[in-house]
Every structure is written in structure tokens, then in C-alpha cells.
Design a binder for this molecule. Structure first.
Ligand code: 8X3
Length: 251
């Protein structure tokens, strides 16, 4: 059956890869992000391949805007089956006592509060229909802190706790809740983290074949299509030469 899949942060990286993979899977997509023009380009790309796409340009940090966008969904788009809480970012890799409080606020507002906003807006409908799946994009960074990771790691630990909490809270329903925890994935992630320092960003993936957004999207699509009695609760996806958040063997 065709599902309605809402993906936040769908204009790049893992979010865009999820959009393309769920489209290939034959689903209908609600794509959200801050960049309206990019959303329009992606809608065009996917529509040309026959996918129905609705785009909503808003920042998950803006609760009022998010509420308005979801409240105004056309009737035929309201019954969301899968929520992919992907919007998130890392900013900086400074020691905690030297970090930039503005960066902290952006990470906390996006990775934690944005995810909660979307969950609060969409999950009640899923519960009342007794149908739905929430896929949160966590990280290996949520398993243990690494040097300079401090606040980013804390936000991804929060994603782990919020995913586990939600899973408990809907365990009397048919809803399923998944925490996807990627390791090294080569996207814009490190460029963003280092505020556009592309050389420093490239070094993160030197000497190791990193994962791609597609590798993570494959798991998201798998989890969403597992039989109804199967709940893929958590998946840690690492590059082959990565053992955890800190042990990475480079050639
Ligand atoms: C992204 C993975 O290891 O760079 O969440 O934090 S890592």
C-alpha cells in the first residue's frame, strides 16, 4: 500500500536520500526543509518519476510555523503513515568549556526541540488511526561522547531517550518507533559542523570509505516496510572500518 511519508530536513544528506528511496518504494512524500527553492527542485525531480510530492518550507525550530504547516495540510495528505525526524546538525568540535553557545542553541533547538515538535504534531493522528511509524535519525554520537562532540553527542543521546520513551508510550498501539544511528556518513554534515571549512570537513572522511545517505535511507525503507509485527527498534550503522564513535581505522 502507498504510504504517506513525511521527511524533515529533506533538502540534503540523509533526508534527501530518504526522499529518493521512499519515492522509489512507491510512496507519497511530504518533504520539509528551510530552503523553498531546493524543495521545489526536488519535488520536480521526483514528480518526473511519478512520485506525488507535497513540500512544506519551514524551520523545525519555529514551532508556530511548524504547527501552521501541519494544521493546513490538504485533507488527502493528513493521514501520515511514516514520520522521518531527520532534520539535525552538528556545529563545532570545540571543548565543551570553549564552545559557542549560539551553536549549542541551534543544535538543541533543531535536534531535540524540532524533533519533539514534529512528534507532538503528527503522532496523535497516528495513535487515533492506530497506524504509523516514527523513524528518528539519531547517531553513534548518542552512544558515547567523543572529543569535542559534547553538545552534539548530548542531543543525539536525547534522541535515543526520546525514541525509547515514545516507543514505551505507544506500545499499546500498532505504532512502531525506530532509532537509526549512523556513524560516518559523507554528506554536508562536516561542512556544516566546521562552518564551511571544506578542507577540515574532507579530513573527517580521509582514509576510510564512509557511508552514504543512501546506505541509511535503505535501512529506513526496510524498517518502514517490515511486517506489521516487526518493530526495528534501533539500528547502529557504521562504516566497515569504524568500530564506534571513536575507533576509526584509516588507511
Ligand atoms: C554523525 C556521526 O560520528 O560524526 O552523527 O558524530 S559522528
Amino acid at each position: 500500500m502507498k504510504k504517506i511519508v513525511l521527511i524533515t530536513g529533506a533538502t540534503s544528506g540523509i533526508g534527501l536520500a530518504c526522499a529518493r528511496k521512499f519515492a522509489e518504494n512507491g510512496d507519497k512524500l511530504i518533504l520539509t526543509g528551510r530552503n523553498e527553492q531546493r524543495l521545489a527542485e526536488i519535488r520536480k525531480e521526483l514528480a518526473e518519476k511519478g512520485t506525488e510530492v507535497l513540500t512544506l518550507a519551514f524551520d523545525v525550530r519555529d514551532r508556530k510555523q511548524a504547527e501552521k504547516s501541519i494544521a493546513n495540510l490538504p485533507a488527502e495528505w493528513q493521514e501520515i503513515d511514516v514520520l522521518v525526524n531527520n532534520a539535525g546538525l552538528a556545529l563545532g568540535l570545540e571543548p565543551e568549556y570553549k564552545g559557542n553557545p549560539d551553536d549549542w542553541e541551534t543544535m538543541i533547538d533543531t535536534n531535540i526541540k524540532g524533533l519533539l515538535t514534529m512528534t507532538r504534531l503528527i503522532v496523535p493522528g497516528m495513535v487515533s488511526r492506530n497506524r504509523g511509524h516514527i523513524i528518528n535519525v539519531g547517531s553513534v554520537a548518542g552512544d558515547a561522547a567523543y572529543a569535542g562532540g559534547n553538545v552534539y553527542c548530548a542531543t543525539k543521546s536525547a534522541v535515543k531517550a526520546l525514541t525509547d520513551g515514545l516507543r514505551i508510550d505507544v506500545s499499546d498501539t500498532a505504532l512502531r518507533v525506530t532509532n537509526l544511528k549512523p556513524g560516518l556518513v559523507e554528506t554536508n554534515f562536516s561542512n556544516t559542523r566546521f562552518h564551511g571549512d571544506t578542507d577540515r570537513a574532507a579530513n573527517v572522511y580521509k582514509g576510510i570509505e564512509p557511508l552514504t545517505g543512501d546506505d541509511i535511507a535503505d535501512v529506513a525503507v526496510y524498517a518502514a516496510n517490515a511486517p506489521a509485527h516487526v518493530q526495528i527498534a534501533e539500528v547502529l550503522i557504521l562504516a566497515t572500518h569504524q568500530a564506534n564513535g571513536t575507533v576509526i581505522v584509516r588507511k
